[in-house]
Design a protein around this ligand. Sequence first.
Ligand code: FAD
Length: 452
Amino acid sequence: MIVERDVVVVGGGPAGLTAAARLASAGLTVTILDEQPELGGQYYRRPAPEVARRWGDHRREGGELIAEARAAGVECRPGHLVWGLADDGRTLLAEDAAGSPVRLRGRAIVLATGAYERAFPFPGWQLPGVTTPGFAQHLAASDHTPVGERVVLAGSGPFLLPVACSLLALGVKVAGIAEAGTPYRLGRRALGALRHPARLRELAGYVARLARARVPIWQGTVVLRADGRDRVSAVTLAAAARPGLAVRTVEVDALCVGYGFRPQTDLARMLGCEVVTDAATGDAIPVTDAAGRSSRPDVYVVGEAAGIGGAHLAKARGLAAAHAILTRETGHPTPPAEARALARLGHFTALTDALYPSPAQLLDLLLPALPDSTLACRCESVTVGEIRAEATGDVNAAKARTRAGMGPCQGRVCGFAVAGLAGGDTVFPARVPVRPVRISTLLELAAEGETA
Ligand SMILES: Cc1cc2nc3c(=O)[nH]c(=O)nc-3n(C[C@H](O)[C@H](O)[C@H](O)COP(=O)(O)OP(=O)(O)OC[C@H]3O[C@@H](n4cnc5c(N)ncnc54)[C@H](O)[C@@H]3O)c2cc1C
């Protein structure tokens, strides 16, 4: 049986929830799906019930937005992974939490699939205790659990600061933050931030909190390697200007390394939406207009899936797409105030992009010093040297010959580095299923005469 709706929204984060609530409150039939056990996405990830009871909800507005969507009549389907597309090119194929197939068709599809963290390998990153800042943030916010007692955060991007502050709030000793760029050195570029007083206050709050806790921010510093026997026990850092030369070694029991976020565009590409490669980030970005309309008239791409910009921009994009769909459905115009908010938030994103090293610059910085013996693809245990040996400028050829990117993460973790090593395209093509699904789901679907 195919579930028919006016609008199907994939992704229950700030963007998807905002769009769904607006559309349902205007009387359209809307279903929202999310692979996570609860709606909220990354920014509004729900705290575990016992955590909420004991320490409260760290993002109350997230719970309010979910309640608003439910109250507006949105059919909410958490625990549903959208993994494929039926032959008609319109029907989405999903798997529910029980492992049963679900087929949904919408007159409009809103893809609000968010982002994933940009990782880069280094010797020792496979050690237990080495994670991403996003994982540490979720553990802290949703489970009130510290990722370690003595932690170093490293990589690049504004996200390292709130994560460090979340860890401090749990009593963790944050030994330092290694930022590959030099964004916090006051300069002409930073002056643009004066146009965003609210974000500037947020940044100043993080910096003041870190200063009070005497957390050093080592700018222009990168990870050289992580060491340890059963788990990470030390991290060695190098100056970004000389990434192969050690400048300090810090004892830790956890290390969180991340280089910002990459848009999750697998479904947009699977649906045949036009994507372009962003020159600065190397990311595949769906081509959309300000309202999120993609090259497919029935598909809208919003939130971080349309380009990294943070939770506030994600919500504004969700709203803009909802208005575009309503305009299409009912002729309601897009309120000018929202168009202005979208532009302002877009400017802030451009500013942060300018302050931190671009992924292309990071690759130039980090790749040369990367030893051949380093594991590049942890899923398939493929080394940097094996990929270098297959570097023909075609990332898919490197994948086919080495199996790098063929594991459970489908290249989400290793893709950035593998593309940098192999050359050519920067993301692997979207393949169905976009995530591992149960065989039973495929068998049940086949029994219903459906093929993907
Ligand atoms: C690990 C991580 C932690 C982050 N933490 C913060 C933070 O603390 N503060 C902050 O400001 N920003 C954080 N961000 C940035 C975050 O991307 C934005 O703040 C914001 O959540 C983006 O909203 P969104 O609605 O576009 O996407 P998201 O909030 O990412 O929501 C997208 C949802 O879609 C789901 N989804 C994706 N593909 C499918 C599929 N095929 N089928 C079903 N469901 C699917 C995802 O699981 C997710 O729940 C984090 C990002 C990541 C990756």
